[in-house]
Design a protein around this ligand. Structure first.
Ligand code: NAD
Length: 248
């Protein structure tokens, strides 16, 4: 039986690298995107060219109705889901806490936390042995910011990832007897477009000296950890928060 994966925010960065690697490992992949259909379709084409099975599915993960519709589309086009990667995430420009607005907080938490929660809920309804599923694996993309706190920069982002860590541990224990493993990967400083979104395009390289390994990580290096957690090679691992951060 082919394994079927949905990855949110899969059109670029860590999401795209994970989609490509998972397809190489035999997963049929639904690549979620919010706005950039062209980028998502490019990843789909790369997978199809290599003989894999992939589709692009649109949804803003912060919108519950769009997420519910997206899961139904995956049911219809690929079949019953066996894996989910909650990867979509946003960061805002660096700011001290006294300048952080409620509007910014809502956008951050709606995407990073609510989006992961609703996607997990929909996935569980398809994977859980309690609902007739065959089990599965969920990987949440957190951040080492959850432990470091991102003082003076993104305390809101760090707090949203802290919520993801707690959510991961709780879900893992709740679902352990239903055939579903739940883990989180916590990247350090990874060279992706997210730093430009946070107003600091050179951030990954500027901070290289703060990393014991003296360099930012690559999206591919995070993808390798995510795909390991999705695979049977990690069959006894659940509730783990795996730092992939060059020692930072
Ligand atoms: P990225 O900006 O390239 O990717 C984020 C993806 O999420 C994009 O494709 C974006 O379109 C998508 N997205 C954002 N809001 C969305 C929404 N509402 N609905 C659907 N998709 C949405 O950056 P990345 O570094 O690849 O980030 C992937 C994940 O890794 C994020 O959760 C991020 O917080 C986490 N992370 C990144 C780093 C890093 O240094 N790059 C470090 C720690 C954690």
């Amino acid at each position: 039986m082919q394994k079927i994966l949905l990855i949110t925010g899969g059109s670029r960065g860590i999401g795209a690298a994970t989609a490509l690697l998972a397809a190489q490992h035999g997963f049929a992949v639904a690549i979620n995107y919010s706005c950039n259909a062209e980028a998502a379709n490019t990843v789909v084409q790369q997978i199809q060219t290599s003989g894999g099975n992939a589709i692009a599915v649109q949804a803003d993960v912060a919108q519950e109705d769009q997420v519910v519709a997206m899961f139904k589309e995956v049911d219809a086009k690929l079949g019953r889901l066996t894996a989910l990667v909650n990867n979509a995430g946003v960061v805002d420009v660096a700011s001290r806490v006294d300048s952080i607005t409620v509007q910014r907080l809502r956008r951050m938490f709606d995407t990073n936390v609510l989006g992961s929660f609703v996607c997990a809920r929909e996935a569980i309804q398809r994977m859980s042995t309690r609902f007739g599923g065959s089990g599965g694996a969920i990987v949440n993309v957190s951040s080492i910011a959850a432990s470091l706190g991102s003082a003076g920069q993104y305390v809101d982002y760090a707090a949203s990832k802290g919520a993801i860590d707690s959510f991961t541990i709780g879900l893992a224990r709740e679902l352990a007897q239903e055939g579903i493993r739940v883990n989180a990967v916590r990247p350090g400083i990874i060279d992706t477009h997210i730093h430009a979104s946070g107003g600091q395009p050179e951030r990954a390289h500027q901070l290289a000296s703060t990393v014991p390994m003296q360099r930012p990580g690559t999206a591919q290096e995070i993808a390798q950890s995510i795909v390991w957690l999705l695979s049977d090679a990690s069959s006894y691992t659940t509730g783990a928060l795996l730092d992939v951060a060059g020692g930072r």
